[in-house]
Ligand binder design. Structure first.
Ligand code: ARG
Length: 471
């Protein structure tokens, strides 16, 4: 490519050709180009341009005829982009340049009025906010799908119980439904964080120009309104340099991915032979190229592994932002790849985990057998002593020493309970299989009563989520 033909107007000149004697070098173009990834913003860029020319017409900067010519050229560019027939020029640095070049080719001197009162600085800030609104909602819908599957599995689980763990040591039995719903609650907070982040991002930056607004009679409120934003920017410097909305989205994505990673880790553990609580469907597990017996939880492992990647996108982008003076700096172009990658990674993980959890089978016998060890009733024995009037600390000591003696002397706990004067034979009911979980009766607890209530609350929440997604 000759250095002189570099640029992007219909004439093959760069957007800034007036000020420059020579065109950009190949190295500059190769280094600064963002088209390979910002093409993804084409629909947003077109929507922003339509609103912009409509506004230019309303304020008298474009005649109705000029507006119509430009809109027709934008429509044509859109068709070409959709059909894959849009031919990009080697000098198309980004999607804004490419579309403006094509509009100018199609509409000549009128097309050259498209960029009146606009800078790529407010344009890209607008495009990315439109993108986030568009794809953000799709991502939230996937969170909702996963929640629905987990809630469905929780309802199906009925009275199945499983050991509850702290420190990955068996602690007290809990309903499987309770365990699954714990993950649902984490996802409800992710859902809410998205809702908040999208509300804060709901500001149109168009009309800020390069950084300071314009001497032309622009009407940013009109553009904001036409594009369905809640409001326009208040400060032009902030409008072109603010990427909080990207950082926030990355944080919500990172935290969602962390939640998926924790869920993934449990699937890995539970599907192991050591636990054996969960069996993966063939369609959602992988085999080994060498070991014929293997069935591997690769989806769950990648859900866990990809958390590192999304966390990296967040921290990397915060580092990009941290030293930037006002207002626009080209560093900000580094906002798109992390955001796109994190969105795609999280979206794929959500779908894969949804499929995995919809199709796996829970091994009720293995779970309950693991939960029915005598010592998992230890707290209930201590609480029985409390009911009989003993201070909890003393009760804890008595039961703790029974457990210790049981381990040290190899005597079953029920024999020791029977002969312990403060407990005796009537305390044996606490050691019966499945008894412990039935006693988790306090609000928000792990037993059938509170879990039934919790399910109602979660289901009402899902109805409200659906309403928001459809709004
Ligand atoms: N590709 C650029 C970006 O993503 C568009 C804005 C370019 N602005 C500029 N002054 N060079 O940020």
């Amino acid at each position: 490519m000759s250095t002189n033909d570099a640029g992007s107007g219909a004439t093959g000149r760069p957007l800034w050709h007036g000020r420059f004697g020579a065109g950009p070098s190949e190295e500059l173009l190769a280094f600064t180009v963002s088209l390979p990834y910002d093409r993804r913003l084409a629909v947003d860029d077109l929507a922003g341009s339509r609103a912009h020319v409509n506004m230019l017409n309303k304020v008298g900067l474009l005649t109705a005829e000029e507006r119509a010519i430009i809109v027709a050229a934008l429509d044509r560019a859109e068709e070409e982009l959709a059909a894959g027939s849009f031919s990009f020029a080697p000098t198309d640095e980004d999607i804004h340049t490419a579309i403006e070049r094509r509009v100018t080719e199609l509409a000549g001197a009128t097309g050259a009025k498209l960029h009146t009162g606009r800078s790529r600085n407010d344009q890209i800030a607008l495009d990315l906010r439109l993108f986030l609104r568009r794809e953000g909602r799709e991502l939230v819908a996937r969170i909702d799908q996963l929640q629905r599957v987990l809630v469905h599995r929780a309802e199906e689980a009925e009275d199945t119980y499983v050991p509850g763990y702290t420190h990955l040591q068996r602690a007290q039995p809990v309903l499987l439904a309770h365990h699954l719903l714990a993950h649902v609650w984490a996802l409800t907070r992710d859902f809410d964080r998205w809702r908040d982040a999208l509300a804060r991002a709901d500001v149109s930056p168009l009309g800020a120009g390069a950084l300071a607004g314009s001497s032309l009679p622009l009407d940013p409120d009109r553009v904001a309104d036409e594009l369905g934003f809640a409001k326009r920017f208040d400060n032009s410097l902030d409008a072109v340099s603010d990427r909080d909305f990207v950082a926030e989205a990355l944080f919500v994505l990172a935290l969602t991915q962390v939640h998926l990673s924790r869920l993934g880790e449990e699937v890995v553990l539970w599907s192991s032979e050591e636990f054996g609580f969960l069996h993966l469907a063939d369609e959602y597990s992988t085999g080994s190229s060498m070991l014929p017996q293997k069935k591997n939880p690769d989806i769950a492992e990648l859900a866990r592994g990809k958390a590192g990647r999304v966390i990296g996108q967040l921290t990397g982008f915060l580092a990009t932002l941290k030293g930037l003076p006002l207002s626009y700096n080209r560093d900000l172009q580094e906002d798109k790849e992390p955001l796109f990658d994190a969105m795609d990674t999280c979206a794929l993980t959500l779908s894969a985990m949804t499929g995995l959890l919809a199709t796996c089978t829970f091994d009720r016998e293995r779970m309950q057998a693991a939960a029915d060890t005598a010592s998992s009733s230890a707290t209930d024995l201590a609480e029985e002593l409390v009911r009989r009037g003993m201070p909890f600390r003393e009760a804890h000591g008595i039961v703790g020493s029974l457990v210790r003696h049981s381990h040290e002397r190899g005597v079953p706990l029920d024999e020791l309970v029977m002969t312990e004067p403060s407990l005796g034979p009537e305390a044996l009911v606490f050691l019966e299989p499945g008894a412990a979980v039935l006693r988790r009766t306090s609000p928000g607890g792990a037993g059938p009563g509170p879990v039934a209530e919790q399910l109602e609350i979660v289901k009402a929440r899902l109805v409200a989520q659906r309403a928001w997604l459809e709004s």
